[in-house]
Design a protein. Structure first.
Length: 479
């Protein structure tokens, strides 16, 4: 595997983010997804956990007979973060690192990404757009006895490719125990011929971001990979020139330069990068996170009845069993446990113009499965939906500013799914809300103002931005 100049790669990403693509319009892509839905047979229904083929309840946990894939374990949490010092919960234990990867190639000088129409058992709308390769280690080593994933050879060293991005990023900290995946983008030469299989197509980065305006079209794995993309840092003079070129080229958007400046500007931030590093390091030092494995039957306020693992008050989530038949997968039928959320959730960033540039209000959030105590999260992150009924065990700062935001202050709003391989029909409202002078610059100690340029600097490193934050900033669009 080879690499090339970082500045050139970032410029190529920026050009792709401004492009409408060379092959198919957005509306045509939506129609193509509809066709994929109609052409593939899929049957997914809930069954009791005790009837899952290939799985067993032993050692007080639910695990696969092979010892691979993942298990559902019980854990006990002790922490000094917020108001709840102790709780028990089930969690997905999947220590292996999987691939989430795009193959990229230039067409007409514009970088395109090979995207896949993929069915996961938990997808709300069956087919969603996923990366070129989306595979756990157990899958690509063929523990299931099925075929190898398509295009694996571009990521495992068999093909001589250019590596543009290669990072380990965390998964959902409230549901996975210390889970990370390899987020990778590789590029092939323009003259290399890659066969495009039936459920794959080439799209520009701009088109992926445009499709994120629609509910539940681009899956979580695609969102986390493209969130790792940096577009470079530029001076004020360069940004004004870029804005002029955009206008002359007829590239328009609802917020034409707000994202552009916050993503690309290297100046005007209220907090220096070193100050932000000191802030999050001090919070990692301040908060304790003690995780103790326990048996499922030992979990307080949770019960397993052979059908589901559920909370006594019907809150948070259940663990359920599903039986799956999907016609175009490496293995066409299987059983597995899944997480089913009690309600839809809310993921939101508050943005405010400070020093002439938009800053995002970032939260340092502790979750039970975090690899390193706290990670940078959106301003508001409520995955259970309890906030709608007032059933929270603790107050949620800045929730009212999001829920009561005037329509004209909402930059972005859509429902986006959680990862459909482990989460059953779960979606969260993703929203970005602008606030004005009435909103104070001084904020709670667990919060910090950052530009998008600074946030993307942290994405470069492992275990800083959580998957909810990465999902939301993946929408960053320049038209």
């Amino acid at each position: 595997m080879r690499t090339r100049n970082v500045e050139d790669v970032q410029l190529d990403f920026l050009v792709s983010a401004l492009s409408h693509g060379s092959f198919m319009r957005t509306q045509d892509i939506l129609f193509w997804i509809k066709q994929q839905n109609e052409s593939v047979v899929s049957k997914i229904h809930q069954i009791p956990i005790s009837e899952l083929k290939g799985w067993n309840y032993s050692d007080e946990r639910i695990r696969h007979n092979s010892g691979k894939f993942f298990s559902i374990d019980g854990i006990r949490i002790k922490t000094n973060y917020r108001d709840i010092p102790k709780w028990d919960q089930p969690i997905i234990n999947q220590p292996e690192i999987g691939f989430l990867g795009f193959v990229a190639k230039k067409f007409n000088g514009v970088m395109h990404f090979l995207i896949q129409a993929k069915i996961e058992p938990g997808n709300l709308n069956i087919v969603q757009l996923s990366p070129t390769l989306q595979a756990t280690r157990s899958n690509y080593t063929r523990v299931h006895g099925g075929d190898s994933p398509n295009y694996l050879e571009y990521f495992n060293g068999e093909k001589n490719v250019m590596v543009l991005i290669d990072q380990l990023q965390s998964e959902q900290g409230a549901r996975f125990l210390h889970k990370r995946n390899r987020n990778i983008i590789v590029e092939v030469d323009e003259n290399e011929d890659i066969p495009v299989k039936t459920n794959f197509m080439w799209v520009s980065l701009g088109q992926i971001k445009e499709l994120l305006s629609f509910d539940n079209i681009v899956n979580m794995d695609s969102r986390t990979v493209i969130s790792c993309i940096k577009f470079g840092s530029y001076s004020e003079h360069s940004l004004k020139l870029m804005s002029s070129v955009k206008n002359m080229a007829g590239i328009e958007s609802e917020k034409p330069d707000s994202f552009l400046y916050s993503v690309l500007s290297e100046t005007n931030h209220i907090n220096d990068l070193q100050d932000i590093i000191h802030w999050i390091t001090s919070l990692k030092f301040k908060y304790d996170l003690e995780v103790t494995p326990i048996g499922i039957s030992e979990m307080q306020h949770w019960a397993y009845d052979g059908i589901t693992v559920s909370h006594e008050n019907g809150k948070y989530f259940d663990v359920i069993g599903v039986r799956v038949e999907i016609g175009n997968r490496e293995v066409i039928s299987w059983d597995q446990p899944m997480i089913r959320s009690a309600q839809e959730g809310l993921i939101a960033f508050i943005v405010k113009k400070i020093n002439g540039i938009f800053h995002f209000l970032v939260q340092a959030k502790l979750e039970s499965g975090n690899f390193d105590v706290v990670e940078l999260a959106p301003t508001v992150q409520c995955l259970t939906g309890n906030y709608r009924k007032g059933n929270n065990e603790y107050t949620i700062p800045y929730l009212e500013q999001v829920l009561n935001a005037p329509k004209e202050n909402i930059w972005y709003s859509s429902y986006q799914s959680e990862e459909g391989g482990r989460f059953f029909q779960e979606q969260n409202l993703n929203i970005i809300v602008e606030v004005g002078d009435e909103f104070p610059i001084e904020v709670d100690e667990n919060y910090c103002w950052m530009t998008l340029n600074q946030m993307l600097s942290f994405v470069t490193y492992n275990n800083y931005l959580n998957i909810a934050a990465r999902s939301l900033i993946s929408k960053i669009s320049f038209y």
